[in-house]
Design a binder for this molecule. Structure first.
Ligand SMILES: [Cu+2]
Length: 152
C-alpha cells in the first residue's frame, strides 16, 4: 500500500514537469520585418534533460501562421522546404539543435505587427508530447537571408 502511494506521487510529479521540457536556449533572435511580411527565428536549443525533445510545430501571437523550415540548395538555388511531419526535429539528450541562416529556421508568416529592431517577439515551440517551449527572440539584423520570402 505504501509503495503504491509513492508511485502515484511520482507520476503526478512527472506530469507537472512535463509541461516544459528541459532545454536551454542560446541567443534566440528574429529578423526585423513589416506588417504583412515574413520573418525567421534562429537559436541554438540544447536538450539538458534525459529524454529526447521532438519539435513538431510552433505558434506565434504576432503572425498568421508559423512553419518550421529548412533552407537547402537545389542545383545551386537555395530553397526553403517545410519540415516533413514524418521527420520532426528531434534533439537527443545532450544534443544541440541549431537554427541558423542558410539552414533550419522558424518561419513567421504574415506578421500582424512590425518586428522592430531591439524589441522581442514571443514564439512557442510545440513538442510531440504536447509540451511548450517559450522562446523570447530578440529582433535584430543578422547575417545571410532567410530566402526569397523574407525580404531581409
Ligand atoms: Cu523559411
Amino acid at each position: 500500500m505504501f509503495l503504491r502511494l509513492v508511485c502515484v506521487c511520482m507520476l503526478s510529479f512527472t506530469s507537472v514537469f512535463a509541461s516544459s521540457p528541459s532545454v536551454s536556449l542560446e541567443k534566440p533572435w528574429a529578423r526585423p520585418a513589416d506588417i504583412g511580411y515574413n520573418s525567421a527565428v534562429y537559436m541554438a536549443l540544447e536538450n539538458t534533460g534525459n529524454a529526447s525533445v521532438v519539435i513538431v510545430g510552433a505558434t506565434c501571437e504576432t503572425c498568421k501562421k508559423v512553419e518550421l523550415h529548412e533552407t537547402i540548395e537545389v542545383e545551386g538555388v537555395s530553397k526553403m522546404i517545410p519540415m516533413d511531419a514524418a521527420h520532426p526535429w528531434t534533439v537527443a539528450p545532450g544534443e544541440v539543435l541549431r537554427l541558423a541562416p542558410g539552414g533550419k529556421h522558424v518561419m513567421l508568416i504574415g506578421l500582424t505587427r512590425v518586428l522592430e529592431n531591439g524589441e522581442e517577439v514571443l514564439v512557442t515551440l510545440l513538442t510531440k508530447d504536447g509540451e511548450k517551449i517559450e522562446v523570447r527572440a530578440m529582433i535584430q539584423k543578422g547575417p545571410g537571408t532567410c530566402g526569397s520570402c523574407c525580404g531581409s
